[in-house]
Design a protein around this ligand. Structure first.
Ligand SMILES: [Zn+2]
Length: 479
């Protein structure tokens, strides 16, 4: 293994090793004792909290309410929707023994909550006046993972799951698209990722859904990360659980339902979208510390520096900037610079005796060369502007990277080359067997039918049959 920066394998050499080493060295996460589980450490959990707070606000602003459903679900509930149980059976963790004896009915640890929410919705909804019912819950779920990856695919993970019931199919479809916009906006505006939004092909749909939509983001190794999905269930779950309402004309009808989820894998997405060989690069909107202040100077020289640094930190905090003063005594400035670079803090401010005498502080950004002296008198406004510019720069960089690594292709050799370095926009026949062949040969799968794709037809990239879907699909290798 080549000796990378601070002992982290360079991305180009082994992206996967880079990721695994970085998430632990930066203090985000550790492996739990049970295979596939993770311990989210405070620095990593803060990133999740910031994502969570942002999304929660979007969810509540559109009339949804948070609720909480039990972790344990009777196994029989999952069997009521045939496709649902078939899809989730291989990943279920089941409790068969509790309270010192075997249980009469096994209990599933929720892999997702459509079934138990459906059961309760059937109880709560009776009239058209009860609709729409717009619920969300923040919780953990368990899906037994054979190939776990920290944050990206863990046996237990954190997420939110929205569950809604509506009168008309059109209303439920509008809700499905509204939730997709939550995710697209969160990922773009807050996480500075540049995902594309689209619909999943039938082979990639959620178990039990009529239509599934997704946002797909490109990581810096060219792979896709599915970062949020929304599902239009039609009447499938309403029929399985008896979610019915009496219409204004007095007729008994089934509801149309939706569900949608975003999880802690988004934290992994942020790391793999922005990080580099020097460590994390955090978008200011998600950075636990947006600014770190490092006081310089030793002994007598430092006497006046620390009070000034404390004052500077207080001014920035009062301006709403998440600021950390690194006043650790035993560590050299160089060590601290490297440490905060590794941890992805967007802006570093250095304050030494000479700076103080000049009435300035030295500002350094996590990306880009060069430092500059900034007058202390106007530093708060300047830092706020710098953070905003840094956020915009990361989004622009992610967008440029995705565009550079996406190719529109019409021949098989072009396709193979495109998915080896990123994504391919290509026609497909819509046949599952053909999708499977493509996957077997290239490891690429259809990520989505992009919403913004031009209406177009052509011949399947693999088998030359006429294309389905009326536009090109986006293919890529995925996490
Ligand atoms: Zn084909």
């Amino acid at each position: 293994m080549a000796d990378g920066h601070r002992g982290i394998t360079p991305q180009r050499e082994d992206f996967s090793a880079w990721y695994n080493e970085l998430v632990t060295k930066a203090g985000l996460v550790d492996r739990g004792p049970v295979r596939g589980t993770m311990v989210i450490r405070p620095y990593g959990y803060r990133i999740w909290e910031l994502l969570q707070a942002d999304l929660d606000e979007r969810i509540k602003a559109t009339g949804h309410q948070n609720a909480y459903f039990p972790l344990l679900i009777p196994e029989s509930y999952l069997r009521r929707e045939a496709e649902h149980i078939e899809g989730f059976a291989p990943e279920l963790a089941v409790v068969t023994h509790a309270g010192g004896k075997d249980l009469d009915e096994p209990l599933v640890i929720r892999p997702t909550s459509e079934t138990i929410v459906g059961e309760m919705m059937a109880k709560w909804i009776s009239s058209h006046r009860d609709l729409p019912l717009l619920l969300n819950q923040w919780s953990n779920v368990v899906r037994w993972e054979l190939r776990p990856r920290l944050f990206l695919r863990t046996t237990e993970f954190l997420w939110q799951e929205g569950h809604t019931a509506h009168i008309a199919a059109d209303d439920a479809m509008a809700e499905t698209m509204l939730a997709l916009a939550f995710y697209q906006d969160l990922a773009t505006q807050t996480a500075a990722m540049s995902p594309i939004a689209g619909e999943k092909t039938p082979g990639e749909r959620f178990a039990g859904a009529e239509r599934t939509f997704t946002i797909e983001a490109m990581m810096r190794d060219g792979r896709a990360l599915q970062a949020g999905t929304t599902h239009f269930m039609g009447e499938n779950f309403a029929r399985a659980f008896g979610i019915q309402y009496t219409s204004s004309a007095g007729e008994l009808r089934f509801c149309n339902t939706t569900s949608w989820g975003m999880s802690s894998r988004m934290v992994g997405g942020v790391i793999m979208t922005h990080g580099d060989d020097r460590g994390l690069v955090l978008p200011p909107a998600l950075a636990p510390y947006q600014v770190v202040i490092v006081p310089l100077g030793r002994g007598d020289q430092a006497q006046d520096v620390l009070p000034a640094a404390i004052d500077l930190a207080a001014r920035l905090t009062a301006a709403g900037v998440r600021t950390h003063l690194d006043d650790r005594e035993q560590l050299s400035p160089g060590f601290k610079f490297n440490d905060w670079e590794l941890r992805g803090v967007p802006i570093r401010l250095e304050l030494g005796p000479r700076d103080l005498a000049a009435g300035t502080s030295v500002l350094a950004r996590r990306l880009g060369e060069g430092k500059e002296a900034v007058p202390l008198a106007s530093i708060t406004e300047r830092v706020v502007d710098e953070l905003s510019a840094f956020q915009d720069m990361l989004l622009a960089r992610a967008t440029e990277f995705r565009e550079l690594h996406t190719a529109t292709v019409d021949t098989w050799p072009q396709f193979v080359a495109a998915v080896a370095r990123g994504w391919a926009r290509a026609f497909h026949c819509g046949q599952k067997a053909c999708e499977d062949e493509i996957k077997a040969e290239t490891a690429a799968t259809p990520r989505c039918i992009p919403l913004d794709g031009e209406p177009e037809t052509g011949l399947c990239i693999r088998c030359d049959l006429p294309s389905a879907y009326g536009k090109r699909l986006v293919f890529g290798r995925a996490y």
